[in-house]
Design a protein around this ligand. Structure first.
Ligand code: HEM
Length: 572
C-alpha cells in the first residue's frame, strides 16, 4: 500500500509570519483512511493527523498545571526563566570551540533529532488563533479546545514523509505535489557551486559536487521546507536523498525481481530506505539519546503510557516539551570542514577557525548575503560538510560532540537570526515585544507549553511512577537568577515540563542522555508510532534487520547513521 505524505513548502521550523489559507475537506480515499485529507481553494492536498495529550487526566486537572489565576505574572516569570536558561555570550578572546559543556553525543544526533522532529510533528508553533504566544492576554487554553483545533501536519510515524512527500508522478497517474522533486524514480540533487571568487579548498571526494539540496531560485525543492532551515540539517536531508538514489541502484543490481516496472522499483527502494532508517532510529538514535535499557524495554515489553484508543496521535507532551530537548544540544560553533574549522590532513589554511552557528543559516532559501558565499545561490563548494567531524563517538576532539542536555542553551538561541524578521506591526513598541519573544527559543518553548496546557514535570513523574526531582535537583548548578525565578514563582513545585526534562537529563544522566521520564516519553512515542504503523519494519512478517537490507561497498550492513550517509556515497 502506498503511503502518502504532503509537501510542506510554506512552513518554517518555528514559523510565525506564515498565514494559512482555510482548507476545505474532500473525500477520503481508502488508502488514506486514517488521515483527514483536506484541499485548499487551489486544490492543493494537505493532511491532518491528531495531536492529543499522553496524560489526558493530567491535562484536565488544574493541579497538574502551572498556576492559571494570574496568567500575566506566569508569562512574565516564564520569560525570565527562558532568559536565565541561555548561557552568557563568550568574552572576547574565548574560543567558541571551547570544551566546557560538551556531552558524549556526536553532533550529528542533534540534527538527526531535528530531522526526525520534522518527520513526525509540525504545527505546534505556527501563528494562528490556536497557538499564538505573542498575544498580550496569553493564558492556558482549554485542553479539549487544543485537541479539537490544533492539528499535526505530519503523519506521526517515522516514514520519511518529509523526504518523499506524495512521491513521483508516474506515467498515466495524476500529478503529485512532489513530482518536480524527482527525476524518474530518483530524487534530483543540487550541485554545489564552483563560481570564481569562492575561497577555500575542495572537500573530498573533490569531483563529487552533488552535495546540495535541489534548488530553484535558492528555494529548496524538498517535501519539508524546515529541512532547509540550517546548513547541517540541509546536508543531512541531502544524504537521505542520496541514500534513496543509491537504493534505487541497489534494487536494480541486486533485487531485479523488484525492478520490473517503475512503480514497483520506486516502492522497493523507498521501503528499503524507510526500514533502514526506522531500524537506525531505534537502534542508534534512541539507543544514544535514551537512558540505557529504556528503548529495549519499550520495544520488547511494550509501552506503559502510549496507548491510542483510535488513530495514533502525536502526544503534545512530546512535541511541545520532551522532544524539544535537542535545543540544548545545539552548539554556538562547529568544526564544520577544512575551510570553516580545523585544517584538513594536507594542512590547508582554513578561511575561519570554526563555523559560527549563525552562518549556518546563510545557505537556506531565506539565506542572507555574507562574504563567504561568493555570487552563488546554491551551496558553495567550500561549505560542503565533512561528516567525519560529526559522527564519531570515539573522537578525541572535545568539540566533536554536542552540548550536554541541560538547562543551558547556547547564546545564539536567544537571538535567532532567522526568526521574527517578518513581523509587521503598526505599533513599534508592540513589534519590539513580539520580536523579543520570537527570537528567544527558550522563551518560546516555555510560553508554548503554558499556552497549550502541558502538565507539569512533577505531575507527569508521579503518573509514571518516577521519583520527582527535588527542589535541590531542580536548582542544582543554576545561576542565582535562575534559582530565584524558580523559587519565587512556584516553579519548584510545578515545573514546566520542558525545563524538567532538561534538568532531569542534567542531574540524573550527566547531560549525556535523557533521564528516565524524558527517555520514556520519547521512546514510547517514537516506538509506539512504529508499532502502530503497519508498514514499518517492526511489522514485517518474520522480522527485518539491516542484514536483510542494502550493503556498504565492503559488504557490511548499515548499522549506524555514519554508515547510512556512506551508503549514499558521502564520506562519513
Ligand atoms: C538549529 C537548531 C534549531 C533551531 C534554531 C530550532 C528552532 C525552533 C523553533 C524556533 C521552534 C518553534 C518554537 C515555538 O515557537 O514553539 C522549534 C520547534 C520545535 N523544535 Fe526546534 N530548533 C532547532 C533544533 C531542534 C532539535 C535538535 C530538536 C530535537 C531534537 C528540535 C525539536 C523541535 C520540536 C519537536 C519542535 C516543535 C515542532 C512542532 O510540532 O511544531 N529542534 N524549533
Amino acid at each position: 500500500m502506498r503511503k502518502f505524505g504532503q509537501v510542506l513548502t510554506d512552513i518554517k521550523h518555528g514559523g510565525h509570519a506564515v498565514e494559512e489559507t482555510a482548507p476545505a475537506a474532500v473525500a477520503l480515499s481508502a488508502e488514506r483512511e486514517s488521515l483527514t485529507l483536506l484541499a485548499d481553494a487551489a486544490g492543493e492536498v494537505t493532511f491532518e493527523t491528531p495531536f492529543d495529550y499522553l496524560f489526558a487526566d493530567l491535562a484536565n486537572d488544574p493541579a497538574s498545571h502551572l498556576p492559571a489565576d494570574d496568567p500575566a505574572a506566569v508569562v512574565a516569570a516564564l520569560k525570565a526563566l527562558g532568559d536565565a536558561m541561555v548561557e552568557e555570550p563568550l568574552a572576547a578572546g574565548e574560543d567558541p570551540l571551547q570544551p566546557a559543556g560538551n556531552s558524549t553525543i556526536p553532533p550529528v544526533y542533534t540534527y538527526w533529532g531535528q530531522f526526525l522532529d520534522h518527520d513526525l510533528t509540525a504545527n505546534t508553533d505556527r501563528n494562528s488563533e490556536i497557538s499564538d504566544i505573542t498575544k498580550p492576554d496569553l493564558a492556558p487554553l482549554d485542553p479539549s479546545f487544543v485537541v479539537e483545533n490544533l492539528k499535526n501536519l505530519r503523519q506521526p510515524t517515522v516514514n520519511l514523509d518529509s523526504v518523499y512527500g506524495d512521491g513521483p508522478t508516474f506515467a498515466g497517474q495524476p500529478p503529485t505535489q512532489a513530482g518536480s522533486f524527482y527525476s524518474g524514480i530518483k530524487f534530483k540533487i543540487g550541485t554545489a557551486s564552483t563560481n570564481a571568487g569562492i575561497g577555500g579548498v575542495r572537500i573530498p571526494p573533490v569531483d563529487d559536487l552533488k552535495r546540495d539540496l535541489p534548488r530553484v531560485n535558492k528555494i529548496a525543492q524538498i517535501a519539508d521546507a524546515r529541512n532547509d532551515e540550517n546548513l547541517i540539517i540541509a546536508q543531512l536531508h541531502t544524504a537521505f536523498l542520496r541514500f534513496h538514489n543509491a537504493a534505487v541502484d541497489w534494487v536494480r543490481d541486486y533485487e531485479p525481481e523488484h525492478a520490473t516496472n517503475p512503480v514497483q522499483h520506486f516502492e522497493r527502494a523507498q521501503q528499503l530506505t524507510r526500514w533502514q532508517h526506522q531500524w537506525l532510529v531505534i537502534n542508534d538514535f534512541l539507543d544514544t539519546m535514551a537512558l540505557p535499557g529504556i528503548a529495549d524495554e519499550v520495544l520488547y515489553r511494550g509501552a506503559e503510557h502510549y496507548y491510542p484508543m483510535g488513530d495514533p496521535f502525536m502526544p503534545l507532551e512530546f512535541s511541545v516539551a520532551a522532544y524539544r530537548f535537542g535545543h540544548t544540544m545545539v552548539r554556538a560553533a562547529y568544526d564544520h570542514n577544512r575551510n570553516f574549522g580545523r585544517p584538513g590532513p594536507e594542512g590547508n589554511t582554513p578561511l575561519l577557525p570554526n563555523s559560527p552557528f549563525n552562518l549556518l543559516f546563510a545557505f537556506t532559501g531565506n539565506g542572507f548575503p555574507n562574504p563567504f558565499l561568493g555570487q552563488a545561490d546554491v551551496l558553495p563548494f567550500n561549505w560542503i560538510i565533512e561528516w567525519d567531524r560529526f559522527v564519531d563517538k570515539g573522537s578525541s576532539v572535545p568539540d566533536h560532540f554536542a552540548r550536554k542536555i541541560d538547562t543551558q542553551l547556547a547564546p545564539p538561541l536567544k537571538d535567532l537570526v532567522n526568526e521574527g524578521n517578518l513581523v509587521e506591526e503598526a505599533d513599534p513598541d508592540k513589534k519590539v515585544d513580539i520580536v523579543a519573544i520570537l527570537k528567544g527559543l527558550a522563551r518560546r518553548n516555555l510560553l508554548r507549553g503554558y499556552l497549550l496546557s502541558i502538565p507539569t514535570g512533577q505531575s507527569v513523574a508521579e503518573a509514571m511512577g518516577i521519583a520527582p526531582l527535588t527542589p535541590e535537583e531542580l536548582t542544582q548548578g543554576g545561576s542565582d537568577t535562575l534559582k530565584q525565578v524558580l523559587t519565587d514563582n512556584g516553579f519548584l513545585e510545578r515545573t514546566p515540563l520542558w525545563y524538567y526534562v532538561l534538568k532531569e537529563a542534567e542531574v540524573r544522566a550527566n547531560g549525556n542522555s535523557l533521564g528516565e521520564l524524558g527517555s520514556r516519553i520519547v521512546c514510547e512515542t517514537i516506538i509506539g508510532q512504529l508499532r502502530y504503523d503497519q508498514t514499518s519494519y517492526l511489522n514485517v512478517p518474520g522480522g527485518w534487520d539491516p542484514g536483510k537490507g542494502v550493503r556498504l561497498p565492503d559488504g557490511k550492513p548499515v548499522v549506524t547513521i555514519g554508515g547510512f550517509i556512506r551508503f549514499g556515497g558521502i564520506p562519513a
